[in-house]
Design a protein around this ligand. Structure first.
Ligand code: DGJ
Length: 635
Protein backbone atom coordinates (compact mmCIF):
# COMPACT_ATOMS: atom_id res chain seq x y z
CA UNK A 1 0.00 0.00 0.00
CA UNK A 2 1.04 3.59 -0.30
CA UNK A 3 -0.17 6.81 1.26
CA UNK A 4 0.42 10.43 0.31
CA UNK A 5 0.14 12.87 3.18
CA UNK A 6 0.84 16.54 3.75
CA UNK A 7 3.77 17.27 6.08
CA UNK A 8 6.16 14.70 7.46
CA UNK A 9 5.68 11.75 9.80
CA UNK A 10 7.73 12.43 12.95
CA UNK A 11 10.99 10.63 13.59
CA UNK A 12 11.50 10.29 17.31
CA UNK A 13 14.88 10.10 18.98
CA UNK A 14 16.85 11.22 15.94
CA UNK A 15 17.25 14.55 14.19
CA UNK A 16 15.54 15.06 10.85
CA UNK A 17 14.29 17.89 8.67
CA UNK A 18 11.31 19.69 10.16
CA UNK A 19 8.41 21.59 8.70
CA UNK A 20 6.62 24.45 10.41
CA UNK A 21 3.34 23.73 8.67
CA UNK A 22 2.14 20.62 6.79
CA UNK A 23 1.84 22.64 3.57
CA UNK A 24 5.63 22.91 3.37
CA UNK A 25 6.02 19.28 2.34
CA UNK A 26 4.35 16.17 1.00
CA UNK A 27 5.29 12.63 1.99
CA UNK A 28 4.81 9.42 0.07
CA UNK A 29 4.92 6.41 2.39
CA UNK A 30 5.22 3.00 0.73
CA UNK A 31 4.30 0.02 2.92
CA UNK A 32 5.78 -3.34 1.94
CA UNK A 33 5.15 -6.67 3.64
CA UNK A 34 7.63 -9.52 3.82
CA UNK A 35 5.40 -12.42 4.77
CA UNK A 36 8.33 -14.83 5.19
CA UNK A 37 10.23 -12.65 7.65
CA UNK A 38 6.92 -11.36 9.04
CA UNK A 39 8.08 -7.79 8.78
CA UNK A 40 6.69 -4.57 7.39
CA UNK A 41 8.98 -2.10 5.67
CA UNK A 42 7.88 1.50 5.30
CA UNK A 43 9.74 3.84 2.97
CA UNK A 44 9.09 7.55 3.53
CA UNK A 45 9.85 10.03 0.74
CA UNK A 46 9.32 13.70 1.58
CA UNK A 47 9.31 16.47 -1.01
CA UNK A 48 9.63 20.08 0.12
CA UNK A 49 7.57 22.88 -1.33
CA UNK A 50 10.53 25.26 -1.52
CA UNK A 51 13.57 23.01 -1.85
CA UNK A 52 14.92 20.83 -4.60
CA UNK A 53 15.57 18.06 -2.10
CA UNK A 54 14.09 14.65 -1.26
CA UNK A 55 14.24 13.33 2.29
CA UNK A 56 14.10 9.58 2.58
CA UNK A 57 14.15 7.17 5.51
CA UNK A 58 12.93 3.68 6.19
CA UNK A 59 11.26 1.86 9.07
CA UNK A 60 11.08 -1.82 9.80
CA UNK A 61 8.32 -3.21 12.01
CA UNK A 62 8.49 -6.71 13.38
CA UNK A 63 5.01 -8.13 12.70
CA UNK A 64 5.91 -11.66 13.84
CA UNK A 65 6.24 -13.37 17.18
CA UNK A 66 10.01 -13.84 17.21
CA UNK A 67 12.83 -11.33 17.44
CA UNK A 68 14.32 -10.24 14.11
CA UNK A 69 17.95 -9.35 13.66
CA UNK A 70 18.88 -6.40 11.47
CA UNK A 71 22.44 -6.46 10.19
CA UNK A 72 22.30 -3.76 7.54
CA UNK A 73 19.68 -1.08 6.87
CA UNK A 74 20.43 1.82 4.53
CA UNK A 75 18.57 5.12 4.69
CA UNK A 76 18.49 5.81 0.98
CA UNK A 77 19.31 3.98 -2.21
CA UNK A 78 19.24 5.51 -5.68
CA UNK A 79 19.76 3.54 -8.89
CA UNK A 80 21.30 5.37 -11.85
CA UNK A 81 21.23 3.96 -15.37
CA UNK A 82 24.92 4.43 -16.15
CA UNK A 83 28.32 4.84 -14.54
CA UNK A 84 29.53 7.95 -16.29
CA UNK A 85 29.88 9.76 -12.98
CA UNK A 86 32.66 11.08 -10.80
CA UNK A 87 32.64 10.48 -7.08
CA UNK A 88 33.46 13.49 -4.91
CA UNK A 89 34.13 12.94 -1.22
CA UNK A 90 35.24 15.34 1.55
CA UNK A 91 37.99 13.81 3.62
CA UNK A 92 40.90 14.67 5.87
CA UNK A 93 41.90 14.42 9.48
CA UNK A 94 42.30 16.63 12.55
CA UNK A 95 43.27 20.21 11.52
CA UNK A 96 42.82 19.41 7.81
CA UNK A 97 39.17 18.54 7.46
CA UNK A 98 36.94 18.16 4.39
CA UNK A 99 39.25 18.37 1.40
CA UNK A 100 37.42 17.46 -1.82
CA UNK A 101 38.69 14.34 -3.62
CA UNK A 102 37.27 13.47 -7.03
CA UNK A 103 37.66 10.27 -9.04
CA UNK A 104 35.76 8.45 -11.79
CA UNK A 105 33.47 5.62 -10.76
CA UNK A 106 34.83 2.19 -11.59
CA UNK A 107 33.09 -1.22 -11.54
CA UNK A 108 32.62 -2.51 -8.02
CA UNK A 109 32.20 -0.68 -4.76
CA UNK A 110 33.58 2.70 -3.81
CA UNK A 111 32.75 4.01 -0.40
CA UNK A 112 33.62 6.26 2.52
CA UNK A 113 32.47 5.92 6.08
CA UNK A 114 33.25 6.04 9.74
CA UNK A 115 33.41 3.38 12.43
CA UNK A 116 34.77 5.75 15.07
CA UNK A 117 31.46 6.39 16.84
CA UNK A 118 31.30 9.86 15.28
CA UNK A 119 30.81 11.05 11.71
CA UNK A 120 34.54 11.97 11.83
CA UNK A 121 37.10 14.37 10.44
CA UNK A 122 38.31 11.56 8.20
CA UNK A 123 35.21 11.38 5.98
CA UNK A 124 32.08 13.51 5.90
CA UNK A 125 28.61 11.96 5.49
CA UNK A 126 28.20 14.01 2.31
CA UNK A 127 29.15 12.70 -1.14
CA UNK A 128 28.51 14.08 -4.62
CA UNK A 129 28.21 12.21 -7.89
CA UNK A 130 28.89 14.54 -10.80
CA UNK A 131 29.30 14.15 -14.54
CA UNK A 132 32.95 14.37 -15.67
CA UNK A 133 32.33 17.73 -17.39
CA UNK A 134 30.31 19.21 -14.49
CA UNK A 135 31.75 22.47 -13.16
CA UNK A 136 30.74 24.91 -10.44
CA UNK A 137 28.16 26.40 -12.81
CA UNK A 138 27.13 23.74 -15.31
CA UNK A 139 26.31 20.07 -15.52
CA UNK A 140 24.62 17.38 -13.47
CA UNK A 141 25.44 16.82 -9.83
CA UNK A 142 23.72 14.65 -7.22
CA UNK A 143 24.46 15.15 -3.53
CA UNK A 144 23.72 12.66 -0.78
CA UNK A 145 23.76 13.71 2.86
CA UNK A 146 23.01 11.66 5.95
CA UNK A 147 21.46 13.39 8.95
CA UNK A 148 23.45 11.35 11.41
CA UNK A 149 26.46 11.87 13.69
CA UNK A 150 27.57 8.28 14.27
CA UNK A 151 29.02 5.46 12.19
CA UNK A 152 27.95 5.87 8.57
CA UNK A 153 28.73 4.59 5.13
CA UNK A 154 28.12 6.15 1.73
CA UNK A 155 28.56 3.79 -1.19
CA UNK A 156 28.42 3.80 -4.98
CA UNK A 157 28.32 0.35 -6.47
CA UNK A 158 28.74 -0.09 -10.21
CA UNK A 159 27.42 -3.42 -11.45
CA UNK A 160 28.31 -5.43 -14.55
CA UNK A 161 25.56 -3.67 -16.53
CA UNK A 162 27.27 -0.35 -15.80
CA UNK A 163 24.45 0.75 -13.56
CA UNK A 164 25.23 2.63 -10.38
CA UNK A 165 23.63 2.23 -6.99
CA UNK A 166 24.22 5.22 -4.68
CA UNK A 167 23.46 4.58 -0.99
CA UNK A 168 23.93 5.96 2.47
CA UNK A 169 23.09 4.80 5.97
CA UNK A 170 24.40 3.49 9.27
CA UNK A 171 27.69 1.65 8.75
CA UNK A 172 26.83 -2.05 8.74
CA UNK A 173 30.22 -3.15 10.09
CA UNK A 174 29.94 -3.76 13.82
CA UNK A 175 26.22 -2.95 13.69
CA UNK A 176 23.31 -5.24 14.43
CA UNK A 177 19.95 -4.70 16.06
CA UNK A 178 17.54 -7.11 17.67
CA UNK A 179 14.02 -6.07 16.80
CA UNK A 180 11.50 -7.46 19.25
CA UNK A 181 7.92 -8.36 18.14
CA UNK A 182 5.86 -5.23 17.33
CA UNK A 183 8.91 -2.97 17.71
CA UNK A 184 10.01 -0.53 15.02
CA UNK A 185 13.51 0.39 13.93
CA UNK A 186 13.97 3.65 12.01
CA UNK A 187 16.97 4.55 9.92
CA UNK A 188 18.36 8.07 10.06
CA UNK A 189 17.01 10.41 7.41
CA UNK A 190 19.02 11.00 4.24
CA UNK A 191 18.74 13.96 1.89
CA UNK A 192 19.18 13.74 -1.85
CA UNK A 193 19.45 16.73 -4.13
CA UNK A 194 20.05 17.10 -7.85
CA UNK A 195 21.33 20.09 -9.78
CA UNK A 196 21.61 20.59 -13.51
CA UNK A 197 23.54 23.77 -12.90
CA UNK A 198 26.69 22.43 -11.39
CA UNK A 199 28.18 22.08 -7.96
CA UNK A 200 27.52 25.66 -6.88
CA UNK A 201 23.77 25.28 -7.31
CA UNK A 202 23.84 21.89 -5.57
CA UNK A 203 25.62 23.44 -2.58
CA UNK A 204 23.11 26.29 -2.38
CA UNK A 205 20.26 23.75 -2.39
CA UNK A 206 21.80 22.00 0.61
CA UNK A 207 22.57 25.32 2.33
CA UNK A 208 18.93 26.35 2.02
CA UNK A 209 17.45 23.10 3.22
CA UNK A 210 19.84 22.92 6.19
CA UNK A 211 19.08 26.53 7.14
CA UNK A 212 15.34 26.44 6.60
CA UNK A 213 14.31 22.89 7.47
CA UNK A 214 16.95 21.51 9.80
CA UNK A 215 18.64 24.04 12.05
CA UNK A 216 16.76 25.43 15.08
CA UNK A 217 14.57 28.15 13.58
CA UNK A 218 15.41 30.65 16.32
CA UNK A 219 18.99 30.88 15.00
CA UNK A 220 17.85 31.66 11.50
CA UNK A 221 16.36 34.88 12.76
CA UNK A 222 18.53 35.81 15.73
CA UNK A 223 21.98 37.08 14.84
CA UNK A 224 24.86 34.83 15.89
CA UNK A 225 26.92 36.75 18.43
CA UNK A 226 30.49 37.76 17.61
CA UNK A 227 32.48 35.93 20.21
CA UNK A 228 35.82 35.73 21.88
CA UNK A 229 36.88 32.23 22.85
CA UNK A 230 39.44 31.81 25.64
CA UNK A 231 41.13 28.66 24.31
CA UNK A 232 44.00 29.97 22.19
CA UNK A 233 44.51 32.97 24.46
CA UNK A 234 44.88 31.17 27.81
CA UNK A 235 44.54 27.41 27.22
CA UNK A 236 44.23 25.90 30.75
CA UNK A 237 46.15 28.69 32.40
CA UNK A 238 43.65 31.27 33.64
CA UNK A 239 42.21 32.89 36.73
CA UNK A 240 39.02 34.87 37.07
CA UNK A 241 41.04 38.10 36.98
CA UNK A 242 42.79 37.12 33.77
CA UNK A 243 39.49 36.26 32.10
CA UNK A 244 37.91 39.52 33.20
CA UNK A 245 40.81 41.53 31.76
CA UNK A 246 40.33 39.70 28.45
CA UNK A 247 36.57 40.26 28.57
CA UNK A 248 37.06 43.97 29.25
CA UNK A 249 39.21 44.32 26.13
CA UNK A 250 36.64 42.32 24.16
CA UNK A 251 33.83 44.59 25.27
CA UNK A 252 35.80 47.67 24.18
CA UNK A 253 35.97 46.52 20.56
CA UNK A 254 32.35 45.43 20.30
CA UNK A 255 32.55 41.66 20.86
CA UNK A 256 29.19 40.27 22.04
CA UNK A 257 29.87 36.90 23.65
CA UNK A 258 32.66 35.61 25.87
CA UNK A 259 33.15 31.83 25.66
CA UNK A 260 35.13 30.22 28.47
CA UNK A 261 36.70 27.12 26.94
CA UNK A 262 38.20 24.04 28.56
CA UNK A 263 39.65 24.13 32.10
CA UNK A 264 36.91 25.64 34.33
CA UNK A 265 35.69 22.50 36.15
CA UNK A 266 36.76 19.85 38.63
CA UNK A 267 40.51 19.56 39.14
CA UNK A 268 41.19 20.46 35.52
CA UNK A 269 44.62 22.04 35.17
CA UNK A 270 45.61 20.15 32.03
CA UNK A 271 44.04 17.46 29.89
CA UNK A 272 44.69 14.62 32.32
CA UNK A 273 41.85 15.27 34.74
CA UNK A 274 38.45 16.73 35.50
CA UNK A 275 36.10 15.45 32.79
CA UNK A 276 32.94 14.18 34.45
CA UNK A 277 32.99 16.61 37.38
CA UNK A 278 30.93 19.48 35.97
CA UNK A 279 31.28 21.95 38.83
CA UNK A 280 33.47 25.04 38.89
CA UNK A 281 37.11 24.87 39.89
CA UNK A 282 37.00 27.46 42.67
CA UNK A 283 40.77 27.78 42.87
CA UNK A 284 40.71 29.33 39.41
CA UNK A 285 37.23 30.81 39.68
CA UNK A 286 36.54 31.85 43.29
CA UNK A 287 33.07 33.17 42.51
CA UNK A 288 32.17 30.09 40.51
CA UNK A 289 30.59 30.11 37.09
CA UNK A 290 27.61 32.15 38.28
CA UNK A 291 29.87 34.86 39.72
CA UNK A 292 32.05 34.95 36.62
CA UNK A 293 29.05 35.02 34.28
CA UNK A 294 27.57 37.90 36.24
CA UNK A 295 30.80 39.89 36.04
CA UNK A 296 31.15 39.23 32.32
CA UNK A 297 27.55 40.34 31.80
CA UNK A 298 28.34 43.43 33.83
CA UNK A 299 30.90 44.28 31.15
CA UNK A 300 28.19 44.12 28.50
CA UNK A 301 29.00 40.67 27.11
CA UNK A 302 27.00 37.47 27.09
CA UNK A 303 28.62 34.42 28.61
CA UNK A 304 29.21 30.99 27.09
CA UNK A 305 30.75 27.82 28.48
CA UNK A 306 32.67 24.82 27.09
CA UNK A 307 31.64 21.28 28.01
CA UNK A 308 32.68 17.79 26.94
CA UNK A 309 29.78 15.81 28.39
CA UNK A 310 30.44 12.47 26.70
CA UNK A 311 33.84 11.98 28.35
CA UNK A 312 35.37 11.06 31.69
CA UNK A 313 38.84 11.12 33.25
CA UNK A 314 40.06 8.63 35.83
CA UNK A 315 40.57 10.38 39.17
CA UNK A 316 37.27 12.28 39.06
CA UNK A 317 34.43 11.97 41.53
CA UNK A 318 32.23 10.50 38.80
CA UNK A 319 34.83 7.87 37.91
CA UNK A 320 35.20 6.88 41.57
CA UNK A 321 31.44 6.31 41.76
CA UNK A 322 30.92 4.70 38.36
CA UNK A 323 34.09 3.19 36.85
CA UNK A 324 31.78 0.81 34.95
CA UNK A 325 30.20 3.69 33.00
CA UNK A 326 33.19 3.72 30.66
CA UNK A 327 32.79 2.05 27.28
CA UNK A 328 35.18 -0.85 27.76
CA UNK A 329 35.56 -4.57 27.46
CA UNK A 330 35.46 -5.97 31.03
CA UNK A 331 38.21 -8.45 30.22
CA UNK A 332 40.79 -5.83 29.17
CA UNK A 333 42.11 -2.51 30.48
CA UNK A 334 40.43 0.21 28.39
CA UNK A 335 42.41 2.45 26.04
CA UNK A 336 42.77 6.12 26.80
CA UNK A 337 42.98 8.82 24.17
CA UNK A 338 43.82 12.36 25.24
CA UNK A 339 43.96 10.78 28.72
CA UNK A 340 40.21 10.19 28.74
CA UNK A 341 37.55 7.52 28.34
CA UNK A 342 34.22 7.61 26.53
CA UNK A 343 31.16 7.47 28.78
CA UNK A 344 28.60 4.88 27.84
CA UNK A 345 25.87 7.17 26.51
CA UNK A 346 23.94 4.12 25.30
CA UNK A 347 22.78 3.88 28.94
CA UNK A 348 20.02 6.34 29.83
CA UNK A 349 21.21 6.58 33.47
CA UNK A 350 24.59 7.90 32.29
CA UNK A 351 22.98 10.56 30.12
CA UNK A 352 20.66 11.47 33.01
CA UNK A 353 23.56 11.97 35.46
CA UNK A 354 25.39 14.29 33.06
CA UNK A 355 22.15 16.16 32.36
CA UNK A 356 21.58 16.70 36.07
CA UNK A 357 25.15 17.93 36.58
CA UNK A 358 24.79 20.35 33.68
CA UNK A 359 21.43 21.66 34.88
CA UNK A 360 23.10 22.61 38.18
CA UNK A 361 25.47 24.84 36.25
CA UNK A 362 22.92 26.14 33.77
CA UNK A 363 20.22 26.80 36.37
CA UNK A 364 22.45 28.83 38.62
CA UNK A 365 24.37 30.98 36.13
CA UNK A 366 23.39 33.22 33.27
CA UNK A 367 24.70 31.17 30.36
CA UNK A 368 23.86 32.19 26.84
CA UNK A 369 25.75 29.52 24.95
CA UNK A 370 27.51 26.17 25.20
CA UNK A 371 30.41 24.83 23.17
CA UNK A 372 29.94 21.06 23.21
CA UNK A 373 33.24 19.33 22.46
CA UNK A 374 34.08 15.64 21.89
CA UNK A 375 37.79 14.97 21.76
CA UNK A 376 38.25 11.29 21.21
CA UNK A 377 36.65 8.48 19.26
CA UNK A 378 35.20 5.26 20.54
CA UNK A 379 37.34 2.15 21.05
CA UNK A 380 36.90 -0.97 23.23
CA UNK A 381 33.33 -1.35 21.97
CA UNK A 382 31.48 -2.95 24.84
CA UNK A 383 28.58 -1.72 26.91
CA UNK A 384 27.81 -3.23 30.29
CA UNK A 385 24.24 -2.10 29.68
CA UNK A 386 23.74 -4.58 26.84
CA UNK A 387 23.79 -8.39 26.77
CA UNK A 388 26.70 -9.97 24.83
CA UNK A 389 24.55 -10.79 21.80
CA UNK A 390 23.34 -7.17 21.49
CA UNK A 391 26.71 -5.38 21.56
CA UNK A 392 26.18 -4.47 17.90
CA UNK A 393 23.64 -1.91 19.10
CA UNK A 394 26.18 0.08 21.11
CA UNK A 395 27.34 2.67 18.56
CA UNK A 396 23.83 3.54 17.41
CA UNK A 397 22.47 3.61 20.95
CA UNK A 398 25.42 5.82 21.94
CA UNK A 399 24.56 8.44 19.35
CA UNK A 400 20.87 8.20 20.31
CA UNK A 401 22.06 8.97 23.86
CA UNK A 402 23.98 12.02 22.60
CA UNK A 403 20.87 13.20 20.76
CA UNK A 404 18.74 12.64 23.85
CA UNK A 405 21.02 14.90 25.92
CA UNK A 406 20.84 17.55 23.19
CA UNK A 407 17.07 17.18 23.19
CA UNK A 408 16.78 17.49 26.97
CA UNK A 409 19.06 20.54 27.09
CA UNK A 410 17.47 22.39 24.19
CA UNK A 411 13.97 21.69 25.57
CA UNK A 412 14.82 22.98 29.00
CA UNK A 413 16.91 25.93 27.74
CA UNK A 414 15.34 26.87 24.39
CA UNK A 415 17.38 30.08 24.10
CA UNK A 416 20.73 28.36 24.49
CA UNK A 417 23.01 28.71 21.47
CA UNK A 418 25.04 25.52 21.12
CA UNK A 419 28.19 25.20 19.06
CA UNK A 420 29.15 21.61 18.41
CA UNK A 421 32.78 20.59 18.17
CA UNK A 422 34.82 17.44 18.01
CA UNK A 423 38.49 18.37 18.28
CA UNK A 424 37.47 20.95 15.69
CA UNK A 425 35.51 19.53 12.77
CA UNK A 426 35.37 15.85 13.73
CA UNK A 427 31.58 15.79 13.92
CA UNK A 428 30.53 18.40 11.36
CA UNK A 429 27.32 16.84 10.14
CA UNK A 430 23.63 17.66 9.71
CA UNK A 431 22.67 15.60 12.78
CA UNK A 432 24.58 18.01 14.98
CA UNK A 433 23.29 21.04 13.07
CA UNK A 434 19.72 20.18 13.92
CA UNK A 435 20.51 21.00 17.59
CA UNK A 436 23.61 23.14 17.35
CA UNK A 437 23.33 25.65 14.50
CA UNK A 438 27.09 26.14 14.34
CA UNK A 439 30.09 23.83 14.47
CA UNK A 440 33.69 24.66 15.29
CA UNK A 441 34.99 24.05 11.77
CA UNK A 442 38.54 23.04 12.64
CA UNK A 443 41.17 23.36 15.34
CA UNK A 444 43.32 24.82 12.59
CA UNK A 445 42.76 28.57 12.86
CA UNK A 446 45.43 29.61 10.35
CA UNK A 447 43.83 31.88 7.75
CA UNK A 448 45.50 30.19 4.78
CA UNK A 449 44.66 26.66 5.95
CA UNK A 450 41.14 27.91 6.62
CA UNK A 451 40.74 28.93 2.95
CA UNK A 452 40.94 25.25 2.13
CA UNK A 453 38.92 23.97 5.06
CA UNK A 454 36.09 26.48 4.74
CA UNK A 455 36.01 26.10 0.94
CA UNK A 456 35.74 22.30 1.25
CA UNK A 457 33.13 22.57 4.00
CA UNK A 458 31.02 24.92 1.85
CA UNK A 459 30.16 22.15 -0.61
CA UNK A 460 27.58 20.90 1.88
CA UNK A 461 27.26 23.40 4.71
CA UNK A 462 26.24 27.09 4.76
CA UNK A 463 28.48 29.84 6.14
CA UNK A 464 26.29 30.35 9.21
CA UNK A 465 27.29 26.88 10.41
CA UNK A 466 31.06 27.36 10.25
CA UNK A 467 32.78 28.64 13.40
CA UNK A 468 35.66 30.83 12.17
CA UNK A 469 37.89 32.90 14.43
CA UNK A 470 40.72 35.37 14.09
CA UNK A 471 43.61 33.91 16.05
CA UNK A 472 47.18 34.96 16.83
CA UNK A 473 50.05 35.39 14.40
CA UNK A 474 52.24 33.38 14.23
CA UNK A 475 49.43 30.87 14.16
CA UNK A 476 49.50 28.17 16.86
CA UNK A 477 48.95 25.21 14.53
CA UNK A 478 51.13 25.98 11.51
CA UNK A 479 53.26 28.86 12.90
CA UNK A 480 52.47 31.01 9.86
CA UNK A 481 52.54 34.80 10.03
CA UNK A 482 49.58 36.50 8.40
CA UNK A 483 48.22 40.01 8.69
CA UNK A 484 45.29 40.79 10.94
CA UNK A 485 43.44 42.00 7.85
CA UNK A 486 43.80 38.65 6.06
CA UNK A 487 42.81 36.74 9.19
CA UNK A 488 39.68 38.87 9.49
CA UNK A 489 38.85 38.64 5.80
CA UNK A 490 38.84 34.82 6.02
CA UNK A 491 37.01 34.57 9.36
CA UNK A 492 34.21 36.90 8.18
CA UNK A 493 32.85 34.01 6.11
CA UNK A 494 31.46 32.00 8.97
CA UNK A 495 30.23 32.52 12.53
CA UNK A 496 32.78 35.17 13.25
CA UNK A 497 34.84 35.53 16.40
CA UNK A 498 38.24 36.04 17.94
CA UNK A 499 40.46 33.57 19.72
CA UNK A 500 43.63 35.36 20.81
CA UNK A 501 44.96 37.37 23.73
CA UNK A 502 43.68 40.85 23.05
CA UNK A 503 45.80 42.27 25.88
CA UNK A 504 48.94 41.63 23.79
CA UNK A 505 47.77 43.69 20.82
CA UNK A 506 48.82 47.21 19.86
CA UNK A 507 46.45 50.14 19.74
CA UNK A 508 46.59 50.00 15.95
CA UNK A 509 45.56 46.33 15.97
CA UNK A 510 42.72 46.97 18.41
CA UNK A 511 41.50 49.79 16.14
CA UNK A 512 41.50 47.42 13.17
CA UNK A 513 39.60 44.80 15.20
CA UNK A 514 37.01 47.40 16.11
CA UNK A 515 36.59 48.19 12.42
CA UNK A 516 36.37 44.48 11.53
CA UNK A 517 33.62 43.98 14.09
CA UNK A 518 31.69 46.99 12.85
CA UNK A 519 32.06 45.68 9.29
CA UNK A 520 30.86 42.21 10.25
CA UNK A 521 27.86 43.57 12.14
CA UNK A 522 26.84 45.50 9.01
CA UNK A 523 27.10 42.42 6.79
CA UNK A 524 26.29 39.60 9.23
CA UNK A 525 22.81 39.02 7.92
CA UNK A 526 24.00 38.93 4.30
CA UNK A 527 26.78 36.45 5.15
CA UNK A 528 24.52 34.17 7.15
CA UNK A 529 21.41 34.20 4.99
CA UNK A 530 22.72 34.96 1.48
CA UNK A 531 23.63 32.68 -1.43
CA UNK A 532 27.24 31.49 -1.46
CA UNK A 533 29.24 31.29 -4.70
CA UNK A 534 32.67 29.72 -5.03
CA UNK A 535 34.76 31.61 -7.61
CA UNK A 536 38.35 30.35 -7.39
CA UNK A 537 39.28 27.09 -5.72
CA UNK A 538 42.35 26.90 -3.48
CA UNK A 539 42.56 23.25 -4.49
CA UNK A 540 42.76 24.07 -8.20
CA UNK A 541 44.48 27.41 -8.52
CA UNK A 542 46.77 26.80 -5.50
CA UNK A 543 47.66 30.47 -5.26
CA UNK A 544 44.29 32.14 -5.18
CA UNK A 545 40.89 31.69 -3.64
CA UNK A 546 37.79 33.75 -4.20
CA UNK A 547 34.20 33.49 -3.09
CA UNK A 548 31.20 35.73 -2.66
CA UNK A 549 27.84 35.94 -0.93
CA UNK A 550 24.84 37.55 -2.61
CA UNK A 551 21.70 38.54 -0.74
CA UNK A 552 18.61 36.58 -1.75
CA UNK A 553 17.15 39.66 -3.47
CA UNK A 554 20.40 40.39 -5.33
CA UNK A 555 20.68 43.87 -3.82
CA UNK A 556 24.01 43.44 -2.01
CA UNK A 557 26.99 41.18 -2.25
CA UNK A 558 30.26 40.65 -0.46
CA UNK A 559 33.20 39.49 -2.54
CA UNK A 560 36.50 38.20 -1.19
CA UNK A 561 39.73 37.39 -3.00
CA UNK A 562 42.81 35.88 -1.38
CA UNK A 563 46.29 35.50 -2.81
CA UNK A 564 48.55 33.01 -1.09
CA UNK A 565 52.05 33.84 -2.39
CA UNK A 566 53.22 37.08 -3.99
CA UNK A 567 54.06 36.63 -7.65
CA UNK A 568 55.94 39.12 -9.78
CA UNK A 569 54.35 40.80 -12.80
CA UNK A 570 51.30 38.58 -13.07
CA UNK A 571 49.62 40.72 -15.69
CA UNK A 572 46.01 41.76 -15.69
CA UNK A 573 43.35 39.44 -14.40
CA UNK A 574 39.62 39.77 -14.17
CA UNK A 575 37.59 37.87 -11.63
CA UNK A 576 34.20 36.82 -12.96
CA UNK A 577 31.50 37.29 -10.36
CA UNK A 578 28.35 35.22 -9.94
CA UNK A 579 24.80 35.46 -8.70
CA UNK A 580 24.25 39.16 -9.43
CA UNK A 581 21.23 40.65 -11.17
CA UNK A 582 22.48 40.94 -14.76
CA UNK A 583 20.18 43.88 -15.48
CA UNK A 584 21.09 45.92 -12.43
CA UNK A 585 23.87 48.41 -11.85
CA UNK A 586 26.13 47.85 -8.88
CA UNK A 587 28.36 50.24 -6.99
CA UNK A 588 31.60 48.47 -6.10
CA UNK A 589 33.31 49.63 -2.91
CA UNK A 590 36.66 51.29 -3.50
CA UNK A 591 35.65 52.60 -6.91
CA UNK A 592 33.57 55.58 -7.99
CA UNK A 593 32.23 53.70 -11.02
CA UNK A 594 29.11 51.61 -11.25
CA UNK A 595 29.07 48.42 -13.31
CA UNK A 596 26.24 46.30 -14.58
CA UNK A 597 25.71 42.86 -13.08
CA UNK A 598 26.18 41.31 -16.52
CA UNK A 599 29.50 43.10 -17.03
CA UNK A 600 30.74 41.95 -13.62
CA UNK A 601 29.69 38.38 -14.33
CA UNK A 602 30.70 38.07 -17.99
CA UNK A 603 33.77 40.29 -18.17
CA UNK A 604 34.65 40.44 -14.49
CA UNK A 605 36.20 42.74 -11.95
CA UNK A 606 39.69 43.89 -12.83
CA UNK A 607 42.25 42.62 -10.32
CA UNK A 608 46.00 43.10 -10.14
CA UNK A 609 46.27 46.41 -11.92
CA UNK A 610 49.88 46.68 -10.79
CA UNK A 611 52.92 44.47 -10.57
CA UNK A 612 55.57 44.12 -7.96
CA UNK A 613 57.63 47.27 -7.73
CA UNK A 614 54.85 49.62 -8.76
CA UNK A 615 51.97 49.53 -6.31
CA UNK A 616 48.86 51.55 -6.41
CA UNK A 617 48.06 52.46 -2.86
CA UNK A 618 45.70 49.94 -1.31
CA UNK A 619 46.92 47.12 -3.55
CA UNK A 620 47.82 43.99 -1.64
CA UNK A 621 51.53 43.26 -1.60
CA UNK A 622 53.53 40.36 -0.25
CA UNK A 623 52.35 36.87 0.69
CA UNK A 624 48.94 36.00 2.19
CA UNK A 625 46.95 38.97 0.94
CA UNK A 626 43.24 39.51 0.76
CA UNK A 627 40.74 42.01 -0.53
CA UNK A 628 37.06 42.43 0.14
CA UNK A 629 34.53 44.38 -1.90
CA UNK A 630 30.96 45.31 -1.08
CA UNK A 631 28.63 45.51 -4.06
CA UNK A 632 25.43 47.47 -3.75
CA UNK A 633 22.66 47.65 -6.31
CA UNK A 634 22.09 51.20 -7.52
CA UNK A 635 18.42 52.07 -7.90
C1 DGJ B 1 39.30 20.84 21.06
C2 DGJ B 1 38.57 22.03 20.53
O1 DGJ B 1 38.39 21.93 19.16
C3 DGJ B 1 39.31 23.29 20.92
O2 DGJ B 1 38.73 24.40 20.33
C4 DGJ B 1 39.29 23.37 22.42
O3 DGJ B 1 37.96 23.52 22.86
C5 DGJ B 1 39.93 22.14 23.01
N1 DGJ B 1 39.36 20.92 22.51
C6 DGJ B 1 39.80 22.15 24.51
O4 DGJ B 1 40.21 21.00 25.09
Amino acid sequence: AHFVTQGKPPLTGMPSTRVQSPSESTTLSVHLIDSVAEAELILHYTLFERHNVIARRAELINRGEHPLRINRFMSLSLDLMDRDWEWMQFSGDWIRERKPYTRPLTPGIQSVGSRRGASSAQHNPFVILKRPHTTEDEGDAIGLSLIYSGNFTTVAEVDSNNQTRFMTGIHPEGFSWTLMPQDTFSTPEALLSYSQKGLGQLSRQFHDVFRKQLMPSKWLVDPRPILINSWESTYFDFTEDKLLILAKEAAKVGIELFVLDDGWFGKRSDDTCGLGDWHANTTKLPSGISGLAEKIEGLGLKFGLWIEPEMINAGTGLFALHPDWVISDPSRPPCQARNQYVLDFSRPEVVEEIFIQLTHVLDTASIHSLKWDMNRNMTDHFSRGLPPDRQGELSHRYILGVYSLYEKLTKRYPDLLIESCSAGGGRFDPGMLSFAPQTWTSDNTDAISRLHIQYGTSFAYPLCTMGSHVSASPNHQVLRHTSLKTRGDVAFFGTFGYELDLTLLSLEEMTLIKAQIAFFKTHRDLIHSGDFYRLLSPFESHNETAWMVVSKDGSTALLAWYQILAEPNQGLFTLKLKGLDPHALYAVSGSADVSSGSLLMEWGLLLRPSFNGIHLSGDPVGDFQSRIWVLTKVE
